[in-house]
Design a protein around this ligand. Sequence first.
Ligand SMILES: Cc1cc2nc3c(=O)[nH]c(=O)nc-3n(C[C@H](O)[C@H](O)[C@H](O)COP(=O)(O)O)c2cc1C
Length: 196
Amino acid sequence: MNPIDQIVADRDAARHASDPNADVCFLATTDANGHAHVRTLVLREIVENRFGVYMNRSSPKWQQLTENNGYELLLFYPTRQRQYRLSGTVQEIEPASVDSNWNMRPAGSKYMDYFYREMAPQSSTLESRQVLLSGIDSLKNRYPDPHDLLPPDLAVGLDLVITCIDMLDISNPDRIHDRIHHFLKQGTWVEQVLVP
Ligand SMILES: Cc1cc2nc3c(=O)[nH]c(=O)nc-3n(C[C@H](O)[C@H](O)[C@H](O)COP(=O)(O)O)c2cc1C
């Protein structure tokens, strides 16, 4: 089976098994000093080899991804006993899709995106949590109905366009795991067995 179809099938099975990781992914990047950073993100649509994630342009991860330092995306479905490590390139999702996704976000997340734009970038330092709560209160006073909030320019969607997949299956009871490296060559997935 094509490795993307395999991931989609594993994710569907993970969802049916109430796997806590079914809807998330773990994205690792490096900063300009070579320090590694990894964080959890909601994984949206998987279309062909494009894995959609949404974030704010004010965040360090956005800067790291667009500085083109490379990334690795980790999926682990405990209920399937499968790990996938994915890498490739990055493409912005078209603004219309970002906007319709943003409009469905919970009110708190929308106010946070306005906070990043009007008060402080994501992941920057605040004097106290009270500063954050006061800032959110002032946004709620200014925009009392969250339905009136329009998608801010800083909201962005990225397709992680995957060209390499390292699959590890640890379900064999004898602990002799199965590991396969897949890479795209002229539009076709090629596979190599790896020492697990
Ligand atoms: C379950 C879960 C889902 C998350 N989903 C997202 C997401 O979709 N987009 C996002 O920007 N941050 C998401 N976060 C927060 C990130 O993990 C991270 O803390 C934040 O984006 C700041 O990351 P940065 O400083 O590396 O830019 C999520 C966190 C958790 C625990």
